[in-house]
Every structure is written in structure tokens, then in C-alpha cells.
Ligand binder design. Structure first.
Ligand code: NCD
Length: 307
């Protein structure tokens, strides 16, 4: 959608060709295994600077970008809007230009407005990486989700992926659907009607409000947080009722394939969209996703500013 403006960075999962994505995941695999074995990573991106510029809270995404950049030998700056000149009324573009003027090569931007990273990319010399823009996209989360699935299942092609819960407000769901459908997966959005998007086919997905139908035959189940900060009014009757009808728990997971794996981008609400029991089970790959996030973001930075 905003692909034209993205330049050398990554704004939407649609900006990158499948071969570029596969090359990134392939490189991430080497990095992931080396990190697990405690071996040094044979790649360096020295002499380059990365800034994280976050206008929304984050734990995983910001820390893993910063760690990834540090492990590659980059200089790292961390700017959280709440503690910057943004509070004095500085515009997004002026903040970006200020960072550029200091010689920053890569800006990892999280912003509540859909389209903000694409806008900035059209006016910036630095590579812009979208770390989540409103309800639009979160492409690096999709890359690490695909990596985690590939590692667990040995393939991505042809899998059935059920993305469950508050799909409507989720940028992760949008990027995941775009990516998994490009890999030839059957992508399903599963949840109460009020939390499902109206145009799933534009994202390569189909909607199911019946858990039984939506989870039947699923190889991968991705649980999503209820994103109350993006809801104008309460869209679910009560958390207890939501957990019972649409939560991923041992009973609902039994509707999927016996070897189905469970992902969650975090932050999790234990006992709401996903049960304690599932989180602590062998089938949950939630902390592997976090581990994969560092390797995948290192591979991504190699692509964007390496060599
Ligand atoms: C997600 C996000 O910020 O979009 N979290 C993340 O980056 N891992 C999902 C969420 O906030 O629920």
C-alpha cells in the first residue's frame, strides 16, 4: 500500500519480494543457531548508527532492535517520544531530520498513526523501518513469526495458519496474513464478528466467527491481545466470557491439529486470549519468537545497511 515510499527500509511486508524475505530468513537461521550455541556472529555492520524512535510503548520490539544493532557493532540511540522534544511540540519530520543531521543511518519508528513511517520514508535519507504503525502493519513481527514457524515445522508453504482474537485492531495480524498468504498458506482470521476485519481477502485471509471451523486442521495458532487502546467502545461483553468463548486454551487448541504450535506476539494477557496452561506447554513458541526477533532483526539490518 505504501510500498513506493519505503526506499531502502521496510514499511510494509508487501515492499519486499519473496526471495528477499527468504534470503533474510535464511541468514537469520545461521545467526539464530550461532547465538544459541554461544558462538560469535560472523557479520558486522560497523560505522553505522541506528536510532529507535518510539511514540508508543514497547518492550520486545525496541529492545531486540537495539540488541541486534549492538551485536552487529552498530552505534545505537534510543529515543522515546515521552522523554524527547516531542513533548515540546516538535513534529515527527523535524525529529527525523534532527536524527539524520547527526548522521543516523537507520531509524526504527513506532507511531500510533497508520502511514507515519511511509510518510517519513518519502522525506528521509535514512532507512526507515516500521516497528508498528497504528492498525496498519508490523512487518518485522511477521518476519520473526514466519521464521519461528519455519524452524518449528521445517516449512511454511501450505500450512494452515489461524490468527485468533482481536484481528481488527492488530497490525501484527495484517502483516502476518500478508506474509503467510504469500508463502502459500491458508490464512484464517478467527474471533467474534465485532473483532474481525471487513475485507479479509485483501490480506489473503478468510474470516471465521466459529472457533470450531476456524481452528479445524490448523497447523499454527496465533493468539492476539485485546487491543483496548484502539477500541472506541467495549467490543466484548466481559473478559471472562471472551476467554471462555474465544480464548486459546487446552479445549480450543484440541480443535486444531494435534501437532499445532501456538504463537503470540506479546504482551500477553494470561487467562484472557491465551490460558496459562497453553503458555507453559511445549506447544507454545512464544519465547522462541522473542529469541528469533533478535536474529531476524540482525539479518534485516544486514540487508538494509550491511555490505
Ligand atoms: C504488538 C504490537 O505492538 O503491535 N506487540 C509487539 O510488537 N510484539 C502486539 C500488541 O501490542 O498486542
Amino acid at each position: 500500500m505504501f510500498g513506493e515510499a519505503s526506499g531502502k527500509g521496510l514499511i510494509s511486508i508487501e515492499d519486499w519480494s519473496l526471495w528477499r524475505i527468504e534470503a533474510c530468513l535464511e541468514r537469520a537461521r545461521g545467526i539464530f543457531e550461532a547465538r544459541r550455541r554461544g558462538e560469535p556472529i560472523p557479520y558486522k555492520v560497523e560505522g553505522k548508527t541506528l536510532a529507535t524512535l518510539f511514540y508508543e510503548p514497547s518492550t520486545r520490539t525496541r529492545v531486540s532492535f537495539e540488541l541486534a544493532a549492538q551485536e552487529l557493532g552498530m552505534k545505537v540511540l534510543s529515543i522515546q517520544a515521552a522523554a524527547s522534544s516531542v513533548t515540546k511540540g516538535e513534529s515527527l519530520l523535524d525529529s527525523v531530520r534532527t536524527l539524520e543531521a547527526m548522521g543516523v543511518d537507520v531509524i526504527v519508528l513506532r507511531h500510533p498513526l497508520s502511514g507515519a513511517p511511509a510518510f517519513v520514508a518519502g522525506h528521509s535519507r535514512a532507512a526507515i523501518i516500521n516497528a508498528g504503525d497504528g492498525m496498519h502493519e508490523h512487518p518485522t513481527q511477521a518476519l520473526l513469526d514466519a521464521f519461528t514457524v519455519w524452524r518449528a515445522k521445517g516449512r511454511i508453504q501450505g500450512l494452515t495458519v489461524a490468527i485468533c482474537g482481536d484481528v481488527l485492531h492488530s497490525r501484527v495480524a495484517r502483516s502476518d496474513a500478508l506474509l503467510f498468504s504469500r508463502f502459500g498458506c491458508e490464512v484464517r482470521f478467527v474471533g467474534p464478528l465485532a473483532l474481525l476485519p471487513r475485507n479479509p481477502s485483501a490480506l489473503g485471509a478468510r474470516c471465521f466467527s466459529d472457533m470450531r471451523e476456524g481452528l479445524a486442521g490448523a497447523d499454527v495458532v496465533i493468539a492476539l491481545r485485546l487491543q483496548k487502546e484502539r477500541m472506541d467502545s467495549a467490543l466484548v461483553p466481559s473478559l471472562a466470557e471472551y476467554a471462555k468463548r474465544y480464548g486459546i486454551n487446552s479445549a480450543s487448541l484440541a480443535l486444531a491439529k494435534p501437532d499445532a504450535v501456538v504463537l503470540h506476539p506479546g504482551p500477553m494477557h494470561r487467562g484472557v486470549e491465551i490460558s496459562e496452561e497453553v503458555i507453559e506447554s511445549e506447544r507454545a513458541l512464544i519465547f522462541t519468537q522473542v529469541e528469533a526477533g533478535v536474529a531476524v532483526r540482525m539479518a534485516l539490518l544486514m540487508d538494509v545497511v550491511g555490505e
